[in-house]
Design a protein around this ligand. Structure first.
Ligand code: MG
Length: 351
């Protein structure tokens, strides 16, 4: 089998197809812990009675999954004992307990199943959920860690966005913010990716950033520094958001009072179903909710966008950062996320 061909598995009334695919980044992408130019994904399809649902797993290397581990997981799945995709609850429970972790592999199946269900019901998933697409916050666009000149260039290219996200956490934080501020005064959100190690310095930076219209701080310190993150949250003039420190539904109540809010990503939490539960639980705990993504095609991005009306901040730029998207789905106009009016997650193959 060549590494990029479709593998097909028929199980009763369901057919599962999957294949590895490599996303090419438009710019070298640098955050506090690494740089990279490609992201491995696995594309999935679930077919049932002639309709096909699309899904995707994205595996940035630091999260422990790979194309091999996702394909191995998918090979183990057996849907033959389910007679209908409407047994959603049971199907997704079966997938979740099949093996622990493997959250991106599980998300690929969850997304394909939701897309399929929407196509059977002939409605976009946000409508099935009763959500108003006009409530989607403008998406942020990420500026990676870079030289002054490249930052200026990237910020100018990003002039349609109403909010930018910056990656901090190295020793260039103030240079990055000052460089961006020499070009634009749009609100910024700052993702430190656990890069700060000292709570007093983190608080000083939080004040410095607040004065420069930074609206929140994502994962300021390592996730293990629970007391320090809680202390920072108590004194910070801007909200703190857990990203690396928040994976799944079970984490959410433990993060109340450690952070102001959480960053939900489909690849961390096994997909659309659990992501929606997390958003609702966080809301009920009076926590803020951000919806993020990995580098992904328009498939996984459009899946996440179905629940974007529920969140305070959207960071759904993953498909904009790649040069070889193979789907059309959610688009961005003047910084606003536009959901297609197509059923399911609303994507079509862009051939
Ligand atoms: Mg983050």
């Amino acid at each position: 089998m060549s590494s990029n061909s479709w593998e097909t598995k028929t199980m009763g009334r369901f057919t599962l197809r999957f294949r590895p695919y490599t996303l090419e980044m438009r710019h070298v992408f640098t955050v506090a812990s690494f740089s990279r130019t490609t992201t491995p994904v696995v594309l999935t399809e679930i077919e049932y009675e002639g309709l096909i649902g699309y899904g995707e797993a994205s595996m940035p290397p630091y999260l422990g999954e790979s194309q091999e581990s996702v394909c191995d997981f998918l090979r183990q799945v057996d849907l033959s004992h389910f007679s209908s995709p409407f047994a959603t609850d049971e199907i997704l429970h079966y997938i979740d307990v099949l093996q622990e972790k493997n959250t991106a592999a599980k998300a690929a199946l969850d997304i394909a199943l939701h897309d399929l269900l929407g196509k059977i019901m002939q409605q976009p998933y946000y409508k099935i959920w009763g959500l108003n697409p006009d409530r989607i916050p403008p998406t942020s666009y990420t500026i990676g860690i870079d030289s002054e000149e490249m930052i200026r260039k990237k910020v100018k290219e990003a002039e349609q966005f109403k909010i930018l996200k910056v990656k901090l956490g190295l020793d260039t934080d103030k240079m990055i913010i000052e460089t961006i501020r020499s070009v634009t005064d749009v609100p910024l959100c700052a993702d430190v990716n656990q890069g700060w190690k000292n709570k007093e310095e983190a608080l000083e930076m939080a004040h410095w950033l607040y004065e420069r219209n930074v609206v929140f701080l994502e994962q300021p310190m390592p996730k293990e520094m629970i007391d320090e993150n809680a202390w920072l949250t108590a004194y910070s003039p801007i909200p703190t958001i857990a990203d690396e420190g928040c994976q799944r539904l079970i984490d959410v109540p433990k993060l109340k009072d450690v952070y102001t809010g959480i960053n939900i990503k489909l690849m961390k939490c096994t997909g659309m179903r659990e992501a929606k539960q997390m958003a609702e639980l966080a809301r009920s705990l009076e926590m803020k909710v951000m919806l993020g993504c990995m580098t992904e095609t328009s498939c996984a991005i459009s899946a996440a966008a179905q629940l974007a009306p529920l969140v305070d901040w959207a960071d759904l730029d993953g498909a904009l950062l790649i040069g070889n998207d193979i789907y059309d789905g959610m688009t961005v106009h003047n910084g606003l996320c536009i959901l297609p009016d197509r059923p399911g997650i609303g994507v079509i193959k862009n051939t």
